[in-house]
Design a protein. Structure first.
Length: 371
């Protein structure tokens, strides 16, 4: 080894010894340099080549700082908790991850950074995995808000995507639920939701709230919010799905026709699944036998073709058709479909709902007639 080579290595080691150091999770090398900022977003550090890194907390293993930040112990505890929760979600061990992510979500809701995205998406994945679809809506809106703001993450990349960029929606989170107290709570929570200036996310939240009010257990009189006027593919898809429950036949038909066109033109299977579900509901709320049959055929398309890709909607479709067949006096067919529901979706939330309000019914969503 030449003298110059030895001198170079000595200088590198000396520099590293006197520099701040951020040790990262996984196989990534440590980053040496000057820590510019430590906050709830993570660590911002500039290396000796003036490259700037912003490392989210789930990727930080340890920090060695020349002048330690007094908050460092708390941030490293946060980093350890978030790494543990995120890793568990990636291993599909959502049971143990959810309590950590739920606690962190209350801390990070409304923030705008990659760490907040990791928290929101992690909690969303947990709640979807546990069949808590209504409770998943606000974490989904936060994930959508971060994605639309340009934040991304290397976390969860080995898992199925939960964000569709064209529609700004989560494909697993349709605005259709069985009436339940959790849906009532969602309606209250969405009334207080703050999109922090993202008008599209605000519109999505408003339509989800209208959907929650339409599926609520509480039957007390309410003031219905108006649908947003914004032309946006995700907002309009949500609106059409919800309008299929309108007590106005003209409004249901208009929404149904638009969804039928979506079925024909759908480039993504989840849009076809949502559209078929809405079309099925709209037909099922008509009075003619032929219309009822069309509704049931469209609904049963979901368990036949989307049983694993849209499990909540597929199970709900079975429950709705079973309920309707029972109302029509065909108990044998109704029991057969309910047995299918028990067999293929034994943990489906609709099986544990309290009796009372029918699974679907028309609602006076608002008084404005569609032009």
């Amino acid at each position: 080894m030449t003298i110059l080579r030895c001198l170079f290595l000595f200088m590198v080691i000396a520099q590293a010894t006197h520099a701040d150091r951020v040790e990262r999770r996984g196989t990534a090398d440590p980053v040496f340099g000057h820590i510019m900022l430590i906050n709830d977003a993570g660590v911002k550090i500039r290396d000796d080549r003036d490259n700037i890194y912003v490392i989210p907390w789930d990727r930080v293993r340890d920090i060695d700082q020349k002048i330690p930040d007094p908050r460092l112990p708390q941030f490293l505890e946060l980093a350890d908790d978030l790494w543990r929760a995120r890793s568990r979600v990636e291993r599909l061990d959502t049971e143990l991850a959810e309590s950590i992510l739920e606690r962190l979500f209350y801390q990070y809701q409304g923030r705008s950074n990659e760490t907040a995205l990791v928290v929101a998406e992690g909690l969303l994945r947990c709640r979807l995995a546990h069949g808590r679809y209504a409770a998943a809506v606000i974490p989904a809106l936060e994930m959508i808000r971060h994605r639309r703001a340009g934040f991304s993450t290397n976390s969860y990349t080995m898992l199925p995507l939960l964000y569709d960029e064209k529609t700004s929606l989560c494909p697993l989170l349709s605005p259709m639920w069985a009436p339940s107290r959790s849906v009532d709570k969602l309606a209250d929570d969405l009334a207080r939701y703050d999109s922090h200036g993202d008008e599209v996310v605000a519109d999505l939240a408003r339509v989800y709230r209208i959907a929650a009010l339409a599926h609520r257990v509480n039957d007390e009189a309410i003031d219905w919010p108006e649908f947003p006027k914004r032309e946006h593919p995700g907002v309009s898809l949500l609106i059409d799905c919800v309008r299929c429950l309108s007590d106005k036949p003209s409004e249901r038909r208009a929404a149904r026709h638009r969804l039928e066109r979506r079925i024909t033109d759908a480039a993504q299977d989840w849009i076809e699944a949502w559209s078929r579900f809405g079309v099925g509901l709209a037909y099922l709320l008509e009075s003619g036998v032929g219309q009822q049959q069309r509704g049931m055929v469209n609904l049963l398309h979901l368990p036949a073709h989307y049983d694993s890709r849209q499990p909540y909607l597929a199970g709900l479709a079975l429950a709705i058709v079973s309920e309707r067949l029972g109302e029509m006096g065909d108990d044998v067919a109704a029991d057969s479909l309910r047995n299918e529901l028990l067999k293929f979706y034994p943990e489906h939330p609709v099986l544990h709902r309290s009796e009372g309000r029918p699974l679907i019914s028309v609602v006076n969503i608002h008084e404005e007639e569609i032009s």
